[in-house]
Design a binder for this molecule. Sequence first.
Ligand SMILES: Nc1ncnc2c1ncn2[C@@H]1O[C@H](COP(=O)(O)OP(=O)(O)O)[C@@H](O)[C@H]1O
Ligand SMILES: Cc1cn([C@H]2C[C@H](O)[C@@H](COP(=O)(O)OP(=O)(O)O)O2)c(=O)[nH]c1=O
Length: 213
Amino acid sequence: MTRGLFISFEGIDGAGKSTHIDSVAALFRQAGRAVVLTREPGGTPLSEKLRELVLHEPMNALTEALLMFAARREHLVQVIEPALARGDVVLCDRFTDATFAYQGGGRGFDWQVLGQLERMVQQTPGGMLRQPDLTVWFDLDPAIAAERLASARVPDKFESQPADFFAAVRAGYAQRLSEMPKRFARIDAAQSREAVGADVAMVIQPWLDRSSV
Ligand SMILES: Nc1ncnc2c1ncn2[C@@H]1O[C@H](COP(=O)(O)OP(=O)(O)O)[C@@H](O)[C@H]1O
Ligand SMILES: Cc1cn([C@H]2C[C@H](O)[C@@H](COP(=O)(O)OP(=O)(O)O)O2)c(=O)[nH]c1=O
């Protein structure tokens, strides 16, 4: 049976993730794979309710971190683990690196405590720590992301944060990459849409090759 594949997409708000995820899904479908396209916070009816709360209500930093992990636990148990067990490709718009980057880097919440929650929440049925096989990080200067977003949409709780918040979020992503370099692919998201798309296709290619054997 084909092995399941778990890919997450990360970056500060406005870095370009949503622009490219559908084309990655199309590439895997062309290679004959079943694709589950999902997102965090969210991905199940309960987790989507938690998303509404966490993106729109002011709250304490620990409450925010716990709600992110509560939504993630449901998402893992109800959607991600069953899909991987079937051998599907799971493409997830944000996963735990976002919690380290936003709640850890951006809000300054304790990194070690996030690590403890990660180990508790992401334990697989077989007792392993579930992590994405590949994390595509759209790395972008917050000033460029802010310019792109200004004309694009009404900001939510995080998107309306000041530039130094996003500089800290970006540093949080860089820290995660330095801790787990093997699963990360950093994309220079300041390039044109076409160039970013080509880089994304390049980092996906080895996983597509494995899909067609
Ligand atoms: N490479 C790019 N150059 C210029 N604008 C871009 C680029 N990639 C995406 N955008 C635009 O920037 C905005 C944010 O992109 P989006 O994909 O929604 O970001 P994210 O999902 O990471 O928040 C959108 O209006 C999108 O059309
Ligand atoms: C998954 C996750 C997201 N977030 C934040 C990042 C984003 O600002 C917001 C929602 O992400 P996203 O789905 O990228 O928003 P949009 O659909 O508007 O592009 O939640 C966290 O703070 N911690 C987390 O663990």
